[in-house]
Write a protein that binds this ligand. Structure first.
Ligand SMILES: C[S@@+](CC[C@H](N)C(=O)[O-])C[C@H]1O[C@@H](n2cnc3c(N)ncnc32)[C@H](O)[C@@H]1O
Length: 227
């Protein structure tokens, strides 16, 4: 893999944010779930503690807990400073200040770090990357992808998005992706053509408004199913 730790900014969201972003219901949480690009989010740790079956895949998991924590510590303050500079791009409703955001993210990343080594041994944190995942066809009932696809539309082209969504649909019966905006709080430049390509491939795309909006305008997820 060409992935380098210096190129990633670990910034993990909480379990509750995942539930809201992906409109997860209790029955969803009982499904076999793949969290793709979960990075240092707390979703896997908290879901697992509650008896769920979540496997996370991310190139970050090539690294050990110590290296990941060092990288988190190295970038943490600069991400908060950047958020402060771009404060207008966010909705300060559930989270009311940059300081509160820092606490929320730190708690989530601490939960991830506390779970990581045990989770690697239990094959819950697997190193791998889109657009080619190390899983058999239809291993999962649900795949979630938070804050990777569409968000980095400037860095990943249309074909990467199409290939990645097809790949997620290969490994899971249903796929949910959030958000559909790219950095700068603009709708992703690849969204329409990616959806058209999914329809042509026989996948059923549906855009769903969810009860979560932190980046302004980012309150929609893409839902894809093969049935
Ligand atoms: C902004 S973080 C999102 C973390 C988490 N999903 C969340 O919402 O808190 C983006 C993640 O994408 C991961 N990533 C980068 N390239 C990837 C790829 N090709 N396939 C899957 N994940 C990738 C990074 O390692 C990082 O953990």
């Amino acid at each position: 893999m060409s992935f380098s730790l210096d190129s990633v900014v670990p910034w993990g969201r909480s379990f509750d944010e995942y539930v809201a972003m992906f409109a997860l219901e209790p029955r969803d949480l009982r499904r076999r779930i793949l969290g793709c690009a979960d990075g240092s989010a707390a979703f896997n740790a908290v879901a697992n503690r509650a008896g769920g079956g979540v496997v996370s895949v991310d190139p970050l998991y090539e690294y050990g807990a110590v290296e990941i924590k060092q990288r988190i510590d190295a970038v943490f303050q600069s991400v908060l400073d950047e958020t402060e500079r771009n404060k207008d791009e966010f909705v300060w409703r559930h989270v009311q200040s940059v300081a509160e955001l820092g606490e929320l993210r730190k708690t989530a990343m601490d939960e991830f770090l506390a779970d990581y080594e045990a989770g690697v041994k239990e094959y819950r944190y697997v190193a791998g990357e889109l657009p080619s995942l190390p899983f058999m066809d239809q291993t999962y009932e649900l795949a979630l992808c938070s804050h990777f696809l569409f968000l980095y539309s400037e860095h990943y082209d249309l074909q990467f998005h199409i290939d990645s969504l097809k790949e997620l649909c290969r490994v899971a019966e249903e796929v949910r992706v959030f958000p559909l905006t790219e950095l700068g709080a603009r709708p992703s430049r690849h969204l329409k053509q990616t959806i058209d390509a999914c329809i042509q491939a026989g996948l059923n795309p549906r855009i769903v408004v969810v009860d979560y909006e932190f980046q302004k305008g980012a309150n929609r997820m893409l839902r894809l199913s093969t049935t």
